[in-house]
Design a protein around this ligand. Structure first.
Ligand SMILES: [Ca+2]
Length: 129
């Protein structure tokens, strides 16, 4: 694809390209904290309630896609099992790791085509379930 030079008024300000997207750009810090606090205990994670309390469920598909991009740390286009384990850390650095059981359960809930990872459509389904 040929890249056309951007007109001066179309240039994205440098401080916006330099900043990495985080959940705080999508959700309120208070809602993230509330959601993480609710599931602090090991093996208490419930994705339906988590996405509701964190406010992600109420977001547009575009915002949910941005959240997916934050959680897809290696930018593979999928959230693999090892990324799912750290899904709460994607919401906040002090989020806990999911247990092996929680990770398996979450994968099973979202992985509709059985390829062992969560694609964007599966993530949208999981969040809006
Ligand atoms: Ca990935």
């Amino acid at each position: 694809m040929i890249e056309l030079p951007a007109l001066p008024h179309q240039r994205i300000p440098h401080h916006r390209t330099a900043a990495k997207m985080s959940m705080k750009d999508i959700l309120s810090a208070d809602d993230i904290k509330k959601a993480l606090d609710t599931f602090k205990a090991a093996d208490s994670f419930d994705h339906k309630k988590f996405f509701e309390i964190s406010g992600l469920k109420a977001k547009t598909p575009d915002d949910v896609k941005k959240a997916f991009a934050v959680l897809d740390v290696d930018k593979s286009g999928y959230i693999e099992e090892d990324e799912l384990k750290f899904v709460l850390k994607g919401f906040s650095p002090d989020g806990r790791e999911l247990s092996a059981k929680e990770t398996k359960d979450l994968l099973a809930a979202g992985d509709k085509d059985g390829d062992g990872k969560i694609g964007i459509d599966e993530f949208l389904g999981l969040v809006h379930e």
